[in-house]
Design a protein around this ligand. Sequence first.
Ligand code: SF4
Ligand code: SF4
Length: 353
Amino acid sequence: MLNNKKFRDPALIKKIVDDLNNWKKPIKIMEVCGSHTMAIGHWGIRKLLPPSIQLISGPGCPVCVTPSSLIDELIKLKGVTIATFGDLIRVPGKEETLEQARAKGLDIKLIYSPLEALKLAEKKQVVFVGIGFETTIPGIAQTIFLAAKQKQFNFSVFPAFKLVPPALDALLSTEDIELDGFLLPGHVSVIIGSESYDLLPEKFGIGGVVTGFEPLDILRAVKLLTNQISKDNPQIINEYNRVVDSSGNKIAKQIIEEILQVEDALWRGIGWIPDSGMGIKEKYAEFDAAKKYNITLKDEEGNTGCRCADVLKGKIIPPECPLFEKVCTPAHPIGPCMVSSEGSCAAYYKYER
Ligand code: SF4
Ligand code: SF4
């Protein structure tokens, strides 16, 4: 077991913070991962940094980027049990959430693992909602593999997977945002490896640091980014090498390769991003809920005044949304960024008010 204490050493934290407080040039660093957003809030890191170093959140929470049309399509399903991870049921669709639809009789089962959904399929038709980034994808792919082996045709997955590097590529290619560096996700990188982000310095001249979730991880990563910014030497550095390597997890990649293929994906607030998601291969089509129930997603979000789209693109921080705290709270979320436990608005509400 890892000894977390050494990543929370107050003397070392003070040394890096003192050093960073000498930084004068205004820079913007985007954290891509929802858990980094929570960790930054939890450890009070933003308050330790000088005003010249701004940390902003990006599209790093799989629940937040789930389009409302997916919720709408799930609500239309009849005669099946929808199995999903918890946060999704409070995400607004155009008219209502899955939770509200459940109160009217929609059959929804909250689960912690896709294997639970496969077990449920022994008794009834089950659609598992496949949301998640590269971290979650291998476990779901493995479950489809098991379902095929067991010939469990009651089980299907709606593939709404998302891939991080193409999203960053699209963000930097199409959006008018000035960024100086990235804190890159720890868990995702365990699967895909740190070399997956090489496009950032090569194509956009922006560096990034793959890092963990302890205060020293995050502060060291910020320090490494300031070093490369001051030398104008953008590169990808793996600060989280106690769990991440450059090429990722070979076995996880193999199971993904067997079951899934890269496809375009719809991101809430961002739209369709080429090659930024994964669909189920023809060989496993019987387990593809999109085909089985003829589900297609549309790029149309309801008009609630929610600024999640701008939060996800790093254009505003949550308190800049007029609804933040006044109308939109974790108890009454208007948008997904306030619903998800890893959402930026939820993190700001919890730690930064
Ligand atoms: S799954 Fe892991 S890497 Fe992805 S957003 Fe959550 S914590 Fe970050
Ligand atoms: S505070 Fe609420 S309404 Fe505003 S962007 Fe966040 S989730 Fe959307």
